[in-house]
Design a protein around this ligand. Structure first.
Ligand code: IMP
Length: 186
């Protein structure tokens, strides 16, 4: 899809964006999740693994609320969506983990668990590096779409099967900076 077509599509959907979850609701939920994480990691420091690009806003707002100043943060990047609303079902690791996680408690931070293909892929990838534990935090989950049994230890919101944007999530690489989670009204 070329740049001109992208522009036409994004312009035509700009005025159809509706708020699904407000910034306030998200912030409140993040405070609650952070409390749980602070409590559960009192005895050990987790390595946070933020999945780029979608989780960057959720992850940064979450870690700011953690009272664990010595924790480490790593980034990893995968691509599973092309230019369409639907998952390709294929996950490519575009940026591997640079730091070591062996014998460490890992907290993987995702934007959304949709089919669960990406989360399954990432958990298996991290497991190969023999961490002490792996837990998963996700801003969103679409339970109706799940194809794999994924245990989300820290989940902010379950949502219905809608394509959502904002708070890090994109459509065609755009709309990531919306401060809320929105959807495009058909
Ligand atoms: P899964 O592998 O099907 O679980 O999809 C996971 C990835 O697909 C997420 O990390 C997102 O990058 C992307 N994704 C899934 N659903 C949506 C959506 O509604 N909006 C934007 N991106 C999505």
């Amino acid at each position: 899809m070329n740049e001109q077509m992208n522009e036409q599509i994004t312009q035509s959907i700009d005025d159809k964006i509706k708020v699904l979850i407000s910034e306030k609701e998200i912030e409140k939920k993040i405070v609650r999740l952070a409390k749980e994480i602070n409590e559960n990691y009192k005895e050990s420091l987790p390595v946070i693994v933020c999945v780029l690009k979608g989780a960057f806003i959720f992850c940064s707002n979450l870690v700011k609320k953690l009272k664990l100043p010595l924790l480490e943060i790593e980034f990893i990047s995968v691509s599973s969506y092309g230019n369409e609303f639907k998952s390709s079902g294929e996950v490519n690791l575009t940026v591997p983990l640079s730091g070591a996680i062996t014998n460490k408690d890992v907290l993987l931070v995702e934007d959304i668990v949709d089919t669960g293909v990406t989360a399954k892929f990432l958990i298996e990838y991290l497991q190969k590096q023999n961490p002490k534990s792996i837990k998963l935090a996700s801003l969103l989950c679409k339970p109706q779409k799940l194809q794999h049994k994924i245990n989300i230890d820290y989940l902010a919101f379950n949502i219905e099967d809608k394509f959502v944007i904002g708070y890090g999530l994109d459509y065609l690489g755009k709309y990531r900076t919306l401060p809320y989670i929105g959807y495009i009204e058909e």
